[in-house]
Design a protein. Structure first.
Length: 130
């Protein structure tokens, strides 16, 4: 389950974001494309999941992805709990065309047990991100 969010302003850690029905519907087609790109990235990671595929420092890494006439960034971050379970977070970011300080964001992710089983992240976990 992905979480759609609109960032009206984000700069140096300060963020004004929202999830109003009107804003989400206004950008529905772009959100659909961005969510599909995030889902494809998620499937790709799960298909060849290896702990070495992520930055050991645990920071966000990003890859650019063309979406029509725009370019989105698909960011990933992995965290490992002491018990060995991992949490993989994904954030697809599509900047607004005429406002460089905001854009559309889709959050998604999954958990991985030490024996390689995947599970979804809770809505509460995704809500903490935005």
């Amino acid at each position: 389950m992905a979480l759609r969010t609109v960032y009206w302003f984000e700069f140096m850690g300060f963020r004004i974001a929202g999830r109003s029905a009107g804003a989400l519907e206004r950008h529905r087609l772009d959100f659909d494309k961005l969510e599909a790109a995030v889902a494809e990235t998620k499937e790709h990671i799960q298909g060849g999941y290896a702990l070495t595929a992520f930055d050991e420092a645990g920071g966000w890494s990003a890859r650019e992805r063309p979406l029509g006439d725009q370019t989105a960034a698909i960011q990933t971050r992995r965290t490992i709990e002491p018990a060995g379970n991992a949490e993989v977070l994904l954030a697809g970011v599509l900047p607004f065309r005429k406002w460089p300080f905001g854009g559309l964001v889709v959050f998604d992710g999954f958990s991985v047990t030490p024996d390689g089983r995947f599970g979804p992240l809770s809505e509460e976990t995704l809500m903490e991100l935005w």
